[in-house]
Design a protein around this ligand. Structure first.
Ligand SMILES: [Zn+2]
Ligand SMILES: [Zn+2]
Length: 109
């Protein structure tokens, strides 16, 4: 985990984990505990990326407070996809932000 990230955890139900892992385009195994991907000290609710879904969108979970045993909301959001160029000696790479479009705080490059 990036030390600048908020990192507050949320616990997902087994049903939701199973649903997310059944996504036809799923990119990885969703774990029962997710941690907030936003910049530390961010305003508003916590958000964690969970799973890839349709093109350029993903499943996110958002919640308030410390998340343990609390309510949360699953939703599909469009990716931010702002990019920055990272120059190397003889070529340039493009890194994309992995947060959702309209997120608060800095991009997650
Ligand atoms: Zn957070
Ligand atoms: Zn961004």
């Amino acid at each position: 985990m990036d030390p600048d990230e908020c990192g507050i955890p949320v616990v997902l139900t087994a049903d939701d984990v199973a649903k997310l892992n059944a996504e036809p385009r799923h990119a990885h195994e969703v774990q029962p505990v997710a941690t907030c991907d936003l910049e530390g000290g961010h305003p508003g609710e916590h958000h964690a990326y969970l799973q890839e879904t349709a093109n350029r969108t993903g499943w996110w979970v958002r919640w308030e407070g410390n998340g343990f045993g609390g309510a949360y909301v699953l939703e599909v959001l469009r990716h931010c996809h702002l990019t920055r160029s990272v120059p190397y000696e003889d070529w340039t790479d493009e890194e994309a932000c992995l947060l959702w479009r309209g997120h608060p705080g800095r991009c997650d490059f």
